[in-house]
Ligand binder design. Structure first.
Ligand SMILES: [Zn+2]
Length: 292
């Protein structure tokens, strides 16, 4: 499976938001609110997988052009405040897909790590896609005040286009992960239940063949430091579950040190997958034998 990363936006994120400070709630929050403290420039990533027989499968989506015009219009008021300062890439998600050689209307399947606004803005640019996500995640979008938890109804497709996976009931053990699913049945794309950031968060393990495997961690970790130091981001839905998922990611990495683990918002981890920025030449280049 060929994997291409698309950086769809960059958002300034206080370091103490990505990795919480020690102490109680007030001590954790203080450095986030203090002006001038360290800020990381967090990317928002989406991924294009090309499977030899199943074709194009995306992981997460980027931003709709509406978000470029008005973040508030696209994300709604509460989330536009949280994501203030977000800079959407010069080209919206559909344009970036076409540059990668993917016609948005031709996309049939998208794996959603979770359904927070910074991952769902581009779902409505994919009119013929079926979206795979965990049952618990879809249920979370239907609860009262879901918007305050990061879910925006206008981004989401009709329920008939969701393919909900029930990892807790049907999933199988894989390494340190008790609940996983082999998406295509050939071992190339495995969904890993990594709840905590959200109720039904999934990570995705991709086998690139000769290029080796990659673990797309979504937001189970914002940055590699969450895994390295076993410290949660400031805000998570279920802290004990999120801690358990961080432990499992660390255990996986200890057993598979050559497999890059790529959180969706780490400023640097994704660069291991994309030495060159994704652009019009990339898709054509991928089809040619590499001179290296
Ligand atoms: Zn996110």
């Amino acid at each position: 499976v060929d994997l291409q990363v698309i950086r769809t936006a960059v958002v300034p994120m206080p370091g103490a938001y990505a990795v919480r400070a020690g102490g109680g709630a007030v001590r954790r929050l203080a450095p986030v609110l203090r002006p001038g403290q360290d800020v990381i420039h967090a990317p928002c990533l989406a991924f294009v997988l090309r499977h030899p027989s199943a074709g194009v499968i995306l992981v997460d989506t980027g931003f709709h052009a509406d978000a470029r015009g008005s973040l508030r219009r696209d994300l709604g008021l509460p989330m536009s405040v949280l994501f203030r300062g977000l800079e959407v890439a010069a080209e919206p998600f559909d344009v970036q897909l076409r540059a990668a050689g993917v016609e948005p209307a031709d996309v049939r399947r998208v794996v959603m790590t979770h359904l927070h606004v910074d991952h769902t803005s581009g779902m409505r640019l994919l009119p013929n896609a079926e979206f795979v996500c965990a049952r618990e995640e879809w249920a979370a979008t239907r609860r009262r005040a879901a918007e305050l938890k990061g879910y925006v109804a206008r981004h989401l497709p009709d329920a008939s286009r969701m393919r909900l996976v029930d990892l807790a009931r049907e999933g199988e053990l894989y390494g340190p992960f008790p609940h996983t699913r082999d998406l295509l049945g050939d071992g190339t794309i495995r969904l890993l239940g990594t709840p905590g950031h959200t109720p039904g968060h999934l990570s995705v393990l991709v086998d690139r063949g000769a290029d080796g495997r990659v673990l797309l961690a979504g937001d189970a970790a914002y940055v590699r430091r969450n895994i390295d130091e076993q410290r949660l981001p400031l805000i998570v839905d279920d802290p004990p579950a999120a801690r358990e998922s961080l432990r499992r990611l660390a255990a996986f990495r200890a057993g598979e040190p050559d497999v890059p683990v790529v959180p969706s918002h780490d400023p640097d981890a994704w660069k291991a997958l994309a030495p060159e920025p994704a652009g019009p030449g990339t898709a054509a280049g991928a089809a040619e034998p590499s001179p290296a």
